[in-house]
Write a protein that binds this ligand. Structure first.
Ligand SMILES: [Zn+2]
Ligand SMILES: [Zn+2]
Length: 137
C-alpha cells in the first residue's frame, strides 16, 4: 500500500503548487476596477530578455499595470512583454532585484524553490517572510 500512496501525494503537491502560484499571481494583480487605486511612485524592476541587450531598469508600478491592462491577451495567462527602451524589442518582462546581492532576475529562475529565489546567492524574500511568520497578504 505504501507505493500506491505516493502518486496521489505527488499530485496533491502539484495541485497545491499550482494553486499557490495562481493565488500569488492573483494577489499581486490589481483588481479589475482598481487600477486607479494603484499608487504612483512605486518603482519595479524590469529586464530585457534579448540576449544581445539585457537592459535592466525601473519603471513605475502604475505604468506597468496600465500597460498590462492595455495589452493583455485574453488567450494568454502570462503577462504581455513590454517594449525595451534600449533595443526596442518586445522582450522586457517584470523582474525582481535580490535584496542581498543586488542581482536582477526573473521570477521562477531557480526551479523547485520559491519564485523569488535568487539564482546567484539563493536568497528569497518569500522564504524569509515565511520563516519569520510575516507572510505577505
Ligand atoms: Zn532590450
Ligand atoms: Zn542574490
Amino acid at each position: 500500500m505504501k507505493e500506491g500512496k505516493k502518486k496521489p501525494v505527488m499530485i496533491g503537491f502539484i495541485v497545491v503548487c499550482l494553486g499557490l502560484a495562481s493565488a500569488i499571481a492573483y494577489m499581486s494583480r490589481p483588481k479589475r476596477s482598481g487600477l486607479d487605486s494603484v499608487p504612483r511612485g512605486q518603482m519595479i524592476w524590469v529586464k530585457c530578455r534579448n540576449p544581445d541587450c539585457g537592459a535592466e531598469y525601473q519603471i513605475d508600478n502604475k505604468d506597468y499595470w496600465e500597460y498590462i491592462e492595455k495589452h493583455r491577451n485574453p488567450m494568454l495567462l502570462s503577462a504581455p512583454s513590454l517594449i525595451c527602451r534600449d533595443c526596442e524589442n518586445k522582450s522586457v518582462f517584470r523582474a525582481v532585484k535580490c535584496e542581498k546581492c543586488g542581482l536582477i532576475f526573473f521570477h521562477g529562475t531557480v526551479h523547485g524553490n520559491f519564485a523569488d529565489t535568487c539564482p546567484e546567492c539563493g536568497f528569497s524574500k518569500m522564504e524569509e517572510q515565511r520563516k519569520s511568520g510575516h507572510e505577505q497578504r
